[in-house]
Ligand binder design. Structure first.
Ligand SMILES: Cc1ncc(COP(=O)(O)O)c(C=O)c1O
Length: 349
């Protein structure tokens, strides 16, 4: 299956439909001219400035939505989609390096595993999903970037019942992402320990990468309130789990430690990759339950994630980590990571 972007058509009056098509030839028709924006019964929406700034009206990137490749300003889903109404769905965040999909196989495994956990049937085959991603990368001429792949429960009724959503929705966005500033990568970042615990495994297992990220967002808001960009989240027993959007690693006396998956974390694909790098580089790496005090008194701390890659933590709350700069083992791992992702052989397994 190849899904190609529709060539710009000058005189089409039909806007792209938002049905869950997923068909091979479902190409978008572009309206000749954007509809003039009107005030709806006097309610000028607060996001109007975004429209004016071009954030929403931009045509790029080309995005896959339910069987169609459409410009960003036409990439829409129904307001009855349960992904929007209830956060009912799953997603992946994936890096593109040199036009290749980093750890594509592992991301597909996790997406299908998570979909199964919420009894969501993904309406395209695994091969077709990879084709959709490659088409988005190609349509936007991306060499290095980031893919956001979303599978929603789809269009349904206003009740929770997922049986009322006959077909899941699929969205693929290939774009750029920059979570942290270049300065933060160079000097390390300051984070906090959030007061709010991570959702317990028994309630909503953090291994499930669902569209329900409010627990993480509220942890992030705590960080923002204290002038930081990340927060460590503890589990209900007070052990360190992960950060709001990253996994965490701690280094003490030359050994690397990271919390076990049973502590209630997402099994990060970058986390796995860094553990493998440690093995290749003869750096001892173990999983271990840790209290926040143990992390704060470590020699080095760093975070991992597809979007974040590897970034040093140089302060937690008011405590400086090590010498307050990126430590030597973090630097070695970050360089090793860079070497792989800028090589001619990007691992897509
Ligand atoms: C809560 C959480 N933990 C960890 C990670 C890192 O996972 P990965 O390395 O697979 O991107 C993410 C990434 O989105 C995340 O959202």
């Amino acid at each position: 299956m190849r899904v190609k972007a529709a060539p710009a058509k000058k005189k089409s009056s039909k806007p792209a439909s938002s049905s869950n098509g997923h068909s091979k030839k479902a190409l978008a028709k572009q309206p000749a001219k954007a509809e003039p924006r009107r005030k709806a019964a006097g309610y000028e929406h607060e996001t109007a400035h975004l429209f004016k700034a071009g954030e929403v009206t931009a045509a790029k990137p080309i995005i896959y939505v339910n069987g169609r490749m459409v410009p960003k300003n036409q990439a829409m889903v129904s307001v009855y989609d349960h992904g929007l109404l209830y956060g009912d769905g799953v997603f992946e965040g994936i890096r593109i390096y040199k036009g290749q999909i980093f750890k594509c196989g592992q991301h597909m495994d996790r997406l299908w595993r998570c979909a199964e956990m919420i009894r969501l049937r993904i309406p395209v085959s695994r091969d077709d999903m990879v084709t959709i991603m490659r088409d988005c990368v190609e349509a936007n001429n991306l060499k290095d970037g980031y893919i956001r792949l979303v599978v929603t429960r789809g269009f349904g009724t206003l009740g929770l019942d997922p049986r009322k959503c006959p077909v899941a929705g699929v969205i693929c966005i290939a774009d750029q992402i920059a979570l942290y500033t270049p300065d933060q990568y160079e000097k390390g970042m300051k984070i906090i320990v959030a007061k709010r615990p991570r959702t317990p495994v028994e309630c909503l297992d953090p291994r499930l990468k669902s569209l329900n990220y409010l627990n993480n967002i509220l942890g992030k808001v705590e960080a923002i309130d204290q002038g930081c960009d990340e927060a460590i989240m503890l589990n209900m027993k007070g052990f360190v789990g992960e950060c709001t959007g990253d996994n965490i690693f701690v280094i003490r006396d030359g050994t690397v430690f990271t919390p076990p998956t049973e502590s209630g974390i997402l099994e990060g694909i970058t986390r796995r990759f860094v553990m493998d790098l440690c093995a290749d580089m003869d750096i001892s790496c173990n999983v271990k339950n840790m209290r926040p005090e143990e992390v704060k008194t470590a020699d080095e701390v760093f975070l991992t994630g597809s979007a974040a890659e590897i970034i040093a933590v140089t302060q937690i709350d008011d405590i400086k980590i090590g010498h307050g700069t990126e430590g030597p083992i973090t630097k070695r791992l970050r360089n090793a990571f860079r070497k792989v992702v800028s090589s001619a052989d990007i691992p897509e397994d």
